[in-house]
Design a protein around this ligand. Structure first.
Ligand SMILES: CC(C)(COP(=O)(O)OP(=O)(O)OC[C@H]1O[C@@H](n2cnc3c(N)ncnc32)[C@H](O)[C@@H]1OP(=O)(O)O)[C@@H](O)C(=O)NCCC(=O)NCCS
Length: 184
């Protein structure tokens, strides 16, 4: 079980662990916030708890990672989540995964996203995944672009004006990072 822990003097101590079904109420609330207020995701209507449960079930049933981050002081309080899915279904894409990461609005810029993404990439690498992709809604999404850059992703392209939300045409920023095979 992954148990990445981050501790520092100014920030709350956080731990990453697998997402269980009982976490999904908080996961749904976090995601709904970003759907309703941000352009990082191009969904317009927040998925219901049943929708999120189905998405989570599909990912974990395929053996793909779905993680939450919580404070060490309360391991039941998910403050962010991240997951990875195979980029496309065709078999040739089996070693290329797309990552997604969301932090609760109360937790932003306190290291939760870094901890989640680092752990997710470590799990993908251990599973033999060779390329990680991120499709980030909105060229102005400095937090997500900064997070992915911090964790070794490079900007590989921009799909211009492919989304429309809040009355604005929005880009998708494509970022990619290679995962070297584990020795042995
Ligand atoms: C992107 C997101 C997950 C980052 O989570 P977070 O917990 O705030 O990230 P961290 O605190 O670990 O910060 C990691 C890096 O991201 C960047 N970053 C985070 N918040 C930032 C901000 N407000 N402005 C600019 N850069 C920011 C910085 O490079 C930061 O590194 P630093 O701490 O060394 O400065 C969070 O902002 C979020 O949920 N955004 C909305 C959803 C979204 O766009 N998700 C991506 C879709 S794939």
């Amino acid at each position: 079980m992954p148990a990445a822990v981050a501790m520092s003097a100014e920030r709350p101590a956080l731990m990453v662990r697998p997402c269980f079904q009982q976490d999904l109420e908080l996961v749904q609330l976090i995601y709904a916030h970003h759907v309703l207020t941000g352009a990082g995701t191009f969904e317009i209507d927040p998925p219901s708890l049943d929708d999120m449960t189905a998405r989570w079930g599909d990912i974990v049933q395929r053996g793909w990672p779905f993680l939450v981050v919580c404070p060490l002081s309360d391991l039941s309080r998910a403050m962010g989540f991240a997951y990875a899915v195979q980029y496309r279904d065709r078999a040739a894409y089996a070693r290329t995964f797309e990552v997604s990461v969301y932090a609760a609005p109360t937790t932003l810029h306190q290291g939760a996203g870094t901890l989640l993404l680092k752990e997710l990439l470590g799990m993908l690498r251990a599973d033999g995944v060779r390329e990680a992709l991120a499709f980030i809604g909105d060229s102005h999404n400095a937090a997500s672009i900064g997070l992915h850059r911090k964790l070794g992703f490079s900007h590989v392209g921009t799909l211009t004006n492919v989304g429309e939300k809040f009355g604005r045409m929005l880009d998708v920023v494509v970022m990619q990072r290679s995962l070297p095979p584990l020795a042995g």
